[in-house]
Design a protein around this ligand. Structure first.
Ligand SMILES: Cc1ncc(COP(=O)(O)O)c(C=O)c1O
Length: 367
């Protein structure tokens, strides 16, 4: 008989854990008409800033907007260049495209799969205004090395922490090292809302004030539009969900770390490679990605056992059609391309049962 399906992500059980707290709070949002930027959003902003050890957090409508507004708040625009890892979710690169700047891609390190800091300086020109480092899969990138380059060349560092809520670099939470840290609260993230959401952390009051205007039609005072702004506010329902869930985040991350530890120690198949995590970096394992030479064969083996991995991400940014005008070619970033062609994402979420983890481990060992 076919065993129960194991997907790489399932959010149903988590909802059962939190619904008794979330639903009454949502009712309060409706009853008080705090539909947008209301008390739940403000409460969440304060709690999330504290959680991230940052002075401020600004809630927005999704992580893509967080990146967009961070870049715009730094005054980056047409003709400027932004250094971005080739192996990230495309939204990191949209941030450059939206302000008419050029994304300049850099390959990843073959072991950590994070932006290769030794390859950044050769890409810096007098047009380079910022580096967006990505804490990919929940693991911090080499912040000291990347920040040292940004400081040396007097350019900004933005952290794309969309996958890394609560991850630590040398004991400190990510999101506080760059000018701004950008988070996504997409439902599947370690801290995910029911709908869409994003946030920006910063220690700079000036950026915080400017972000408040940018997300709300350019206003500090209603109907007085100081700058061209957007409607990128967070809804009250999303704020309510996030403020409740934030209390559970460390516990959920700890469970992800426990599962990751089992994958790392109990999978003994030499055909399977895992992301290397340097000493002092604490991943929150948003995604547990592996590589193997013959991905199709491993995927089939897992599917036959009713285990359904994902692929993050099958095409690196520089080879996406949307950026074909930048004239990158296959072979430009061999490590990112290898990862794209050979990655599989194992089941990883806090509610994954021990028996399911065991089945995944056994399946990988029997491949
Ligand atoms: C690395 C990275 N950056 C940015 C984003 C964009 O976030 P959102 O989907 O909330 O717009 C995501 C998530 O999808 C992401 O994984």
């Amino acid at each position: 008989m076919q065993k129960e399906k194991i997907p790489f992500l399932d959010l149903k059980e988590q909802y059962q854990q939190v619904k008794d707290e979330i639903l009454p709070l949502i009712e309060k949002v409706f009853e008080s008409n705090a539909f947008t930027n209301g008390f739940t959003v403000k409460g969440f902003e304060n709690n999330f800033a504290e959680y991230c050890e940052s002075d401020y957090s600004v809630a927005v409508n999704n992580g893509t907007s967080a990146l967009h507004l961070a870049v715009e708040a730094l005054g980056i625009g047409q003709g400027d260049e932004i250094i971005i890892p080739a192996n990230t979710f495309i939204a990191t690169a949209w941030a450059a495209a939206y302000v008419k700047a050029t994304p300049v891609f850099v390959d990843c390190d073959p072991d950590t799969w994070q932006i290769d800091a030794t390859k950044i300086e050769e890409k810096i020109t007098d047009k380079t205004k910022a580096i967006i480092g990505v804490h990919l899969y929940g693991q911090p990138f080499d912040i000291d090395a990347v920040k040292a380059i940004a400081d040396k060349h007097n350019i900004f560092l933005i952290e794309d922490a969309a996958q890394a809520h609560g991850a630590k670099y040398k004991g400190k939470r990510v999101g506080q090292f760059g000018e701004m840290g950008c988070f996504s609260f997409y439902p599947g993230k370690n801290l995910g809302t029911y709908g869409e959401g994003g946030g920006i952390t910063t220690n700079n009051e000036k950026y915080k004030d400017y972000l408040h205007k940018l997300r709300n039609h350019g206003c500090a005072e209603r109907y007085y539009h100081d700058i061209v702004g957007y409607n990128m506010r967070m809804g009250g329902v999303e704020g309510a969900v996030l403020d409740v869930k934030l209390k559970y985040l460390d516990g959920w991350n700890a469970r992800r770390q426990e599962i990751a530890k089992r994958y790392k120690t109990e999978v003994k198949n030499p055909k399977i490679m895992m992301q290397k995590c340097p000493e002092g970096y604490e991943s929150v394992f948003h995604l547990f990605v592996i590589t193997t030479k013959d991905r199709t064969a491993l995927e089939k083996h897992l599917n036959d056992l009713n285990i359904w991995p994902g692929k993050h991400y099958p095409v690196p940014c520089h080879l996406q059609k949307a950026f074909s005008d930048l004239n990158y070619e296959e072979g430009d970033f061999p490590h990112s391309e290898y990862l794209a062609a050979h990655c599989l994402t194992l089941p990883m979420f806090a509610e994954l049962k021990d028996e399911a983890v065991q089945r995944v481990i056994d399946a990988l060992n029997s491949y």
